[in-house]
Write a protein that binds this ligand. Sequence first.
Ligand code: KIV
Length: 271
Amino acid sequence: MSVHKEVKKVTTHVLQEMKTKGEKIAMLTGYDFSMAKILDDAGIDIILVGDSASNVMAGHETTLPITLDQMIYHAASVVRAVNRALVVVDLPFGSYQGDSKQALNSSIRIMKESGGHAVKLEGGHEVVDSIKRILTAGIPVMGHLGLTPQSIYKFGTYTVRAKEKDEAARLINDAKLLEEAGCFAIVLEKIPAALAKEVANSIEIPVIGIGAGNEVDGQVLVSHDMLGINNEFNPRFLRKYHNLYTAMLTSFESYIKDVKSGDFPNEKEQY
Ligand code: KIV
């Protein structure tokens, strides 16, 4: 008799069922083995290996510098930790915008070399051909509309998107195009809550929000932000579940003090 408990893995079909049943989807970012193990043990539905790794792991100002090789390294570390969650991997800037063949080749590398379960890319009508081509290889695709950080130099700021009627109408149209192209879900970042609700109600696939209000099918945050590791990032949409910056700082300070004073290690902490 096996002692292992059967785990019902989260698939794109499970996510679709969750939307149909009105069950909310919980998604957080993960970039390394140890954090991904805790996320999976906690019961997270989706782990996003986001290109936000460029900011929070590598210290870059934007998401643009991270490479496909670096994303694969992070994703492979996450996949090794996961039993249940769906692992979605961001296609980094420059790995899919060239043409649909480049998008397909980059996605195949992610799936083959990291073991990830799906890819995510930013954009609307301009990436529809790429989405269709990636899907021909059986690779599930998540879309990303609203604030798209890979286009930060086009927009110039990280402020709320689609506040004006024209941009809101374009966003709704793009969401429908992504659904028609075959995306299994869409992330909506930093747009008015009323618009996000309208999108979630006008398409069948799950809509996962970040800074997009509560009337969508799920939520995503950057784990480092919700854990309060960076005490200088405090946008309105962020709920901090911990002040890990202070907790880690005081632990490091205590360790330094104990080493300097000769208190660590004591007799019980040696051989
Ligand atoms: O890279 C990332 O972490 C993301 C989320 C903010 C959705 O794309």
